[in-house]
Design a protein around this ligand. Structure first.
Ligand code: ZN
Length: 259
């Protein structure tokens, strides 16, 4: 019987007022809370491959922002924790700041530097510390809106580009914005990924022995700047402990299955 909790972060910053950034203090307190309770941090790849036993914490960072290397890595090292970072390959290759419409407004502010991607050597550095580097596609599009050929290219080209750039296998993917549907999940498996992570509104249970479809839709809890201590505790504790441990969880599962 395992208990896997998976978290999705983006950046870390003392001053960037974006919802995407937590402070180092938030990150430390949140991860330390799990570590104190016996949760063992691991990567998405290892959580999927290893049939995890006991309490497992999966920490992920979407977008591969530079602050993940500069500010998150030292915090996690202090706690003996590893993570998975999901990189949009074209941004890493060009070094250009993230510029998709949902974040582009930040480029006109003093915080524009927060949108710079990690350098290839920084991604290699976290990989040497036991982190996993996964794909966040090439250009961070809404995958369900793409035609089949563009979808396949975003999935397979980003995998190939990251593998060539980092000389490391790229085994898992995070859907940009968490957005996916059956066609996207199938294409992700066809592109050769072992697993993919989402960002659902209602976070379901991490599957014990996931089949292919479950591996392509692994749930994560999004953690944001507004998640001060009490809110964080409610987010990670209430849905994952009370709801899924009780009879209500069966009802939730049944309702989901009937959709
Ligand atoms: Zn993203």
């Amino acid at each position: 019987m395992s208990d896997v909790v998976s978290l999705c972060y983006h950046g870390v910053s003392p001053s960037w007022p974006s919802t995407l950034a937590v402070t180092q203090q938030q990150l430390y307190a949140q991860v330390a809370w799990f570590v104190r309770r016996g949760y063992r941090p691991t990567t998405v790849r290892d959580a999927v491959r290893g049939a995890p036993e006991g309490r497992v914490l999966v920490i992920t960072f979407d977008d591969a922002l530079r602050s993940v290397h500069g500010l998150a890595l030292p915090v996690l090292e202090r706690l003996g924790a590893v993570a998975t970072v999901y990189a949009p390959s074209r941004y890493v290759a060009s070094g250009e700041p993230m510029a998709w419409p949902e974040v582009a407004a930040h480029l006109a502010t003093v915080h524009a530097g927060e949108l710079e991607p990690m350098l290839p050597r920084e991604l290699q550095a976290v990989a040497r510390r036991g982190w996993e580097v996964g794909s966040h596609t090439c250009t961070h599009p809404w995958l369900p809106r793409l035609d089949d050929a563009t979808l396949a290219s975003e999935l397979s080209a980003s995998k190939a580009e990251l593998e060539a750039l980092l000389e490391l296998p790229c085994d898992t993917l995070a859907y940009p914005f968490g957005a996916h549907d059956d066609r996207v999940a199938t294409a992700t498996a066809v592109a050769g990924y072992e697993a993919a992570v989402t960002l659902p509104t209602r976070v379901g249970r991490w599957p014990e022995a996931p089949g292919e479809r479950e591996r392509m839709t692994l749930p994560r809890i999004g953690i944001y700047r507004a998640d001060e201590w009490r809110r964080f505790r409610l987010k990670v504790a209430r849905p994952l402990r009370a709801l899924r441990a009780g009879p209500a969880w069966d009802l939730v599962t049944a309702l989901r299955g009937s959709r």
